[in-house]
Design a protein around this ligand. Structure first.
Ligand code: HEC
Length: 180
């Protein structure tokens, strides 16, 4: 029998496969997406409890050191990059590099009262703890683009352990930003 001019028929058994395939693909792609914020924050909570809570309070309510709650973090640090640099350097090296005050509030640096963490925590833990302070302890970031960029940095470093902090920050700036 000639097949010229006839479209090959989809075999009967293939129909359920073709129906299920898009659903499967959707579920599969879902597993490749970066972890949801809940699990992103879990690492930051551990680091915070071990390294920061003694001075800043277990809920960021402040103790010997300033509080992070009620938006205070966003007034001092509108940009996550400056916040991150402060945690890396600590007060003493911050003052050497940037002068006697820190943050958008121009708060006076009290010597080495705040330790630097770049030698104690790896870059991945540093971004996790900054994310934790900015999303869990501080409330809602008024700058949605800044919030999105930090989440992208954390997700990029989690998805690719060879990714450097510098490369992750650079990549986050190139991604489309959410509408204001
Ligand atoms: C030994 C006590 C101590 C520890 C531990 C500590 N801090 Fe601090 N931190 C301070 C002090 C004190 C200040 C206030 C800075 C100053 O007076 O120079 C400060 C300030 C800050 C600020 C600026 C707050 C503001 O709005 O003024 C941030 C952010 C911060 N710390 C983050 C962290 C993080 C993240 C950790 C854990 C990785 C941490 N700190 C661990 C003592 C500490």
């Amino acid at each position: 029998m000639s097949t010229v001019g006839r479209r090959p028929k989809v075999p009967f058994w293939a129909v359920p496969v073709l129906v299920v395939l898009p659903v499967w693909a959707f579920i599969y792609i879902g597993t490749l997406r970066p972890a949801e914020p809940g699990s992103l924050r879990a690492r930051g909570a551990e680091v915070y409890a071990a390294q920061c809570a003694a001075c800043h309070g277990s809920q960021g309510e402040g103790a010997a050191a300033p509080a992070f709650d009620a938006g205070a973090v966003f007034q001092t640090w509108p940009s996550f990059e400056d916040h991150l640099e402060w945690v890396q350097l600590g007060g003493a090296r911050w003052a050497e590099r940037h002068g006697p005050t820190y943050g958008a509030t121009a708060t006076p640096v009290n010597g080495a009262a705040m330790p630097g963490f770049d030698g104690r925590l790896d870059d991945r833990d540093l971004v996790h703890v900054v994310l934790y302070e900015r999303t869990v302890l501080a409330g809602t970031n008024p700058d949605a683009a800044d919030d999105e960029r930090l989440r992208n940095v954390v997700a990029a470093m989690d998805n690719d352990p060879s990714m450097t902090l510098e490369a992750a920050i650079h990549a986050s700036a190139d991604l489309p930003q959410p509408a204001p």
